[in-house]
Write a protein that binds this ligand. Structure first.
Ligand code: BES
Ligand code: MN
Ligand code: ZN
Length: 512
């Protein structure tokens, strides 16, 4: 995807010579919904200046284009040019395309939607000057720019026709926008797009080895350290979970580690390890899925994509903490060497696990990776991200990730970051009584609840994972719902969303 370029120019619509530049295709201004006593949508930020410079009645123009000022709404107005030899129009020499951008409440969430709508409305244009968000403060500007980059994103396509979509417009933010907010927004949104593109890659291409190679290539380009364990190294290392889950596939599993170390070390720097579920395709294995539920399962490595994009994004943003991504990558296939219900696996830390359903593969590869992180990486905080259970989607739908942790401060930090980033998390309980459901007669623990146990499937999965995080500060994000969207809406495309990257990057930026 071509990168979007943003520049900040201090000045106002009233005075700037920028608008007379031939390369500027449009001016975008903000409208808010009518308040009590207003006739219609109201000009905001530099919109009144624009009306004066253009010599037009902007509220009337908005009204005649049915502009309501709602967030996500953009009305494109093409102003007429004068006839040769006719009189001069007041807007002569200015961009003849005016975009009326609804900003709703003007808060970050609505500005993110405005940014996404603006990206769509200006695709294929050269430069767009805008005053939207010029009165909003850093959080608003950050959201606007995030929305623009996220809204401009298109999934990579192998279609031979029609030609690829036009690139996004170059954006000039006119006003006193904080440059740091713009940079942070672009970094986080680009990282999200990296996760999206990896997640929609078809599984015939996206084998564990392929994904490991991509991770290494992206990490090297960013100057990060990497390590890849192949099948032999996994066997030597005792990764009985990753090996079992990947055992039925012709494409063997991998475990990738990507490390970011900040240039300056400080006494308060922490080490955060993010483990991401990387199932490159989930057939369910021998406990095979019904065909309808299998279709979306190329995205079952969304957690690994999020973990990878988070460490890349943290490096790009110059986060003050050490960040390590651990990606257990495996294809959960049906095959003669597939693991079976009833098998007892020995995981990295020696824990034995009785398998009840080979479709609950995510917790198995995560358990290995969490145990490895706990034993070898000395994390101050351990976070895992996974499209783990259909139960999380049943409970929360697609707008919230399920958050599990026994650490209240960690919960508050992640919840706050989620609200700010526009990726909401909902804390769920680690109900101690449900641990009984995963007690085994033949091993240390059962992978899934005993027959006859009802409900709480996302919770029992979290309880299973908890024991592999040891005594570490640990949080688990079940993103089975929000990792995919059934329809495009605002900054979120249909299909893979990259959910989790922005909340984790925000949280890392604020972690003390
Ligand atoms: N990858 C699925 C979870 C999933 C389902 C993600 C739907 C996104 C959309 C996971 O591996 C799985 O199959 N979980 C099972 C667990 C069960 C067998 C205990 C599930 O949720 O049904
Ligand atoms: Mn599964
Ligand atoms: Zn899965």
């Amino acid at each position: 995807m071509p990168p979007t370029s943003f520049s900040v120019v201090r000045g106002s619509v009233a005075a700037t010579a920028l608008l007379e530049d031939d390369g500027v295709d449009a001016l975008a201004v903000a409208l808010a919904p009518a308040g009590e006593g207003d006739d219609g949508a109201q000009p905001r930020a530099g919109a009144t200046d624009a009306a004066v410079r253009y010599g037009i009645d902007l509220p009337d123009l908005a009204d005649r284009h049915d502009a309501t000022g709602a967030a996500g709404e953009v009305r494109t107005v093409h102003l007429p040019r004068a006839l040769a030899g006719g009189g001069a129009l007041p807007w002569a020499g200015l961009p003849s395309r005016l975009l009326l951008v609804g900003i709703g409440s003007g808060g970050p969430e609505d500005l993110r939607r405005s940014g996404a709508a603006l990206a769509r409305a200006t695709q294929g244009l050269r430069r767009v000057v805008t005053t939207v968000g010029s009165d909003a403060g850093p959080d608003g500007v950050r959201a606007l720019v995030e929305g623009f980059v996220l809204g401009a994103y298109r999934h990579p396509s192998r279609a031979t026709a029609p030609s690829p979509p036009a690139p996004p417009a170059e954006v000039v933010l006119l006003g006193r926008h904080a440059e740091a907010a713009v940079t942070a927004a672009v970094t986080a949104a680009h990282a999200t797009c990296t996760a999206r593109a990896l997640t929609v890659e078809p599984s015939d291409t996206k084998t564990p080895a392929w994904l490991a190679d991509r991770a290494v290539a992206l990490a090297r380009a960013a100057g990060l350290e990497t390590e890849v364990l192949d099948e032999d190294a996994l066997r030597a290392g005792g990764f009985g979970g990753v090996l079992a889950v990947g055992g039925g596939s012709a494409s063997p599993p991998r475990l990738v580690t990507v490390r970011y170390t900040p240039a300056e070390t400080s006494r308060t720097a922490r080490h955060v390890v993010v483990v991401g579920k990387g199932i490159t395709y989930d057939t369910g294995g021998i406990s095979i899925k019904p065909r309808e539920s299998m279709v979306a399962m190329k995205t079952d490595m969304a957690g690994a994509a999020v973990a990878l994009a988070t460490v890349l994004g943290a490096a790009a943003a110059g986060v003050r903490h050490r960040v390590t991504a651990v990606l257990p990558l495996a294809e959960n296939a049906v095959g003669a060497s597939a693991y079976r219900p009833g098998d007892v696996l020995r995981l990295y830390d020696g824990t034995t696990v009785e398998i009840g359903n080979t479709d609950a593969e995510g917790r198995i590869v995560l358990a290995d990776a969490l145990a490895y992180a706990d034993a070898r990486l000395e994390p101050d905080v351990l976070v895992d991200v996974a499209t783990l259970t259909g139960a999380a989607t049943l409970g929360l739908g697609r707008q919230h990730g399920a958050l599990y942790t026994s650490d209240d401060r960690l919960a508050r930090g992640l919840e706050a970051a989620g609200l700010e980033a526009g990726e909401r998390l909902w804390r769920m309980p680690l109900v101690p009584e449900y641990a009984e459901a995963i007690r085994s007669q033949v091993a240390d623990v059962r992978q899934v609840p005993v027959d006859g146990w009802t409900g709480g499937g996302s919770i029992t999965a979290a309880l299973f994972l908890q024991r592999f995080a040891g005594a570490r500060r640990w949080a688990h994000l079940d993103i089975a719902g929000p990792a995919r969207a059934t329809a495009a809406a605002h900054e979120v495309p249909e299909g893979a969303t990259g959910f989790g990257v922005r909340v984790l990057m925000r949280w890392l930026g604020q972690l003390r």
